[in-house]
Design a protein around this ligand. Structure first.
Ligand code: SF4
Length: 483
């Protein structure tokens, strides 16, 4: 859709566009007024401390109107928040009339619906009331409000990062081939000569990070190795990195390694993880359908996944996460149900149900692939939730992204006690992180004020290799900063 937007508040133009995208998908383009383009006109007036917003929407020869009013606040930041919400809700109302449907997450366009529940609880509402507020204020469906409520309940039952604790992230930006939907920074292992120089640079950064942890008297709490796919490194290099990390990982109470591609796991790598006391690994089939796996560029089969689970179980791994993706190209709701049934046999302790998202940096975007039908994606995601519940799992983190099929969500489910503390800290932005490797972002969070300071490492692998000293300096500055 091409749409011309008139608004007296240019700073909220992208927010207006985001609401239209909830209904129309990513193909919405803002254009100057032209023949055939839809027209959205926002006007407003302020009387005393009341602001009145009106929105007109002209498309396909039809005209729809909406209007809402809200208070004007004296505190600029608070006023901006309320003002923006008022405009977005008015645009939402007019879109509901035009499109004739109510999206599952209502007018919410943000990444973390849980945050709104926490904010309402901070204002004094009870947890149930705060979740109900999602329905009242943002028109979130009963199903999604219940999911958010359950997720917050699980999170509240988990330990939070204490003062002086820090999580450790280590990124390995390589993979064995590129999945069509991948938007991560990842070089192909087979192609590059960068592996040894990268591992050497990473070891230099790890050494510096160990010194920082000692200097600032920090206690590592949770460790996460991601990427890319860390297990795509050859066995000796993988072992070398894990060994170098020991001063940081030994004190942790939780250690996770993404072993996402089943075909990258072997006994040598599993033994290396055992030696470093890695308790939690992630082996991700995404689907049980080999034709889909081939189509999306994953060079493994469902049988490879079964073998990887068996080997890991035989070697004593008893906390395995499984990622599945709903709405993969060419898949139907029936196929997703088959994947869920198939995955039962593997008995993962946690299950992450993602919804396909077509990011601009992915190959799917270049293919100009269309997102699958939203209703079908919604069916798949609901089936995923039912399946997780039937296995005794609870949702423990939840986030949304732009350009997701059906504007849905990604949810991490886990058996009680098997939740990843690192994931919660990361998704809710409630934990300090010391992050190592190309593109990794270190972070300090003030959970009382919501202030977050970040120190990103450069993303380019060559630059990272040449500038590890500078990356350590950035981390030191971050740790010295007032927050
Ligand atoms: S396995 Fe993960 S990191 Fe590797 S290409 Fe696929 S999505 Fe990207």
């Amino acid at each position: 859709m091409r749409i011309c937007i008139y608004t007296p508040t240019e700073q909220f133009k992208n927010d207006i566009l985001d609401v239209v995208r909830v209904f129309e998908g990513s193909g919405v383009e803002a254009v100057p007024e032209e023949e055939g383009a839809a027209l959205l006109r926002h006007t407003e007036e302020t009387c005393g401390n009341i602001r009145r917003v009106r929105v007109e929407f002209l498309a396909d020869g039809q005209k729809f109107e909406s209007g809402r009013e809200g208070p004007v606040r004296v505190v600029p930041l608070e006023d901006k928040r309320i003002h923006k919400r008022l405009i977005k809700q008015s645009v939402y109302d007019v879109c509901v009339s035009f499109y004739g449907r109510r999206p599952p997450w209502g007018s919410l366009t943000g990444i973390r619906p849980t945050r709104l529940v926490y904010m309402a609880m901070d204002r004094g509402l009870g947890i149930e009331e705060a979740a109900e507020n999602l329905r009242r204020e943002f028109d979130v469906s009963a199903e999604k409000a219940a999911l958010t409520l359950e997720t917050v309940r699980t999170q509240l039952s988990l330990p939070r990062q204490e003062a002086g604790e820090i999580d450790i992230y280590c990124g390995i930006p390589f993979c064995v081939s590129r999945c069509a939907y991948c938007s991560f920074l990842s070089g192909e292992v087979g192609r590059g000569k960068q592996l040894r120089p990268y591992v050497d640079a990473l070891k230099r950064e790890i050494e510096g990070a160990v010194k920082l942890v000692r200097e600032f008297r920090l206690t590592p709490r949770a460790f996460y190795m991601g990427g890319g796919t860390p297990t795509s490194l050859p066995g000796e290099l993988f072992e070398e990195v894990l060994e170098a990390l020991r001063p940081l990982t030994d004190p942790c109470r939780e250690r996770t390694v993404e072993a996402g591609r089943p075909d990258t796991l072997d006994e040598q790598k599993l033994a290396a993880m055992k030696k470093s006391a890695v308790g939690r690994i992630s082996i991700n089939p995404q689907t049980s359908h080999d034709a889909t796996l081939k189509l999306i560029g994953r060079r493994h089969t469902a049988a490879d996944t079964v073998r990887a689970y068996q080997t890991a179980r035989d070697m004593g791994f008893c906390d395995i996460n499984m990622d599945l993706i709903a709405a993969l190209p060419g898949e139907t709701a029936e196929m997703f149900r088959e994947t869920l049934l198939w995955s039962r046999e593997l008995r993962p302790e946690s299950l992450t149900v993602h919804t396909l998202c077509i990011k601009h940096s992915s190959l799917l975007h270049l293919w100009e692939a269309k997102l699958p039908d939203g209703d079908m994606a919604a069916q798949m995601v609901s089936d995923g939730r039912r399946e997780a519940a039937a296995r005794g799992m609870r949702p423990y983190y939840l986030y949304r992204q732009k350009y997701m099929a059906g504007n849905l969500e990604n949810v991490g489910y886990a058996l009680p006690g098997m939740e990843s503390l690192y994931n919660v800290g990361m998704m809710e932005e409630t934990a300090d992180v010391l992050a190592l490797g190309a593109g990794a972002i270190s972070k300090r969070v003030n959970t009382r004020t919501g202030k977050i300071l970040r120190a990103p490492n450069v993303s380019d692998i060559e630059h990272y290799i040449a500038r590890t000293g500078e990356m350590l300096e950035r981390k030191k500055t971050l740790l010295l900063s007032e927050i």
